[in-house]
Design a protein around this ligand. Structure first.
Ligand SMILES: [Zn+2]
Length: 129
């Protein structure tokens, strides 16, 4: 059954508790809420499938790069990526994976666009994880 779940004892890249890439999701044993994290990573898995994987990786990278070029730090560029906004907004919803519509991340582009012009510098400094 996809995606294939892989557990790690440490954080992934010494930083993340979860990661979704291709047909795999990595889940750190250090996570506080495994069910929610797995749901978050499965949302990313579905995003990748509907974009034939490669287009998801390209768009994810583009959203991130544009945000960095606009002056945002890593955290804001990551957290306010449309793909992450969909995953964070719905990771608490137990029924989400079943009711999710294709390209459900797309409406978050509007929020992403809005945030691109806002000043997040304080948040970048505070919100390191
Ligand atoms: Zn994520």
């Amino acid at each position: 059954m996809l995606p294939v779940k892989i557990y790690t004892r440490k954080r992934i890249f010494n930083y993340y508790t979860g990661l979704s890439f291709f047909i795999f999701i990595w889940i750190s044993k250090l996570t506080k809420d495994e069910v929610q994290l797995v749901r978050h990573e499965k949302i990313h898995f579905l995003q990748q499938v509907e974009m034939l994987f490669i287009f998801h990786w390209i768009f994810y990278g583009l959203f991130y790069a544009i945000s960095r070029l606009k002056g945002h730090g890593h955290y804001v560029a990551y957290r306010y990526n449309p793909f992450e906004m969909e995953a964070y907004a719905n990771e608490h919803d137990e029924a989400y994976l079943k009711k999710r519509k294709i390209f459900a991340w797309a409406p978050y582009i509007l929020t992403y666009n809005k945030f691109l012009t806002e000043n997040f510098r304080g948040l970048d400094k505070e919100k390191r994880f």
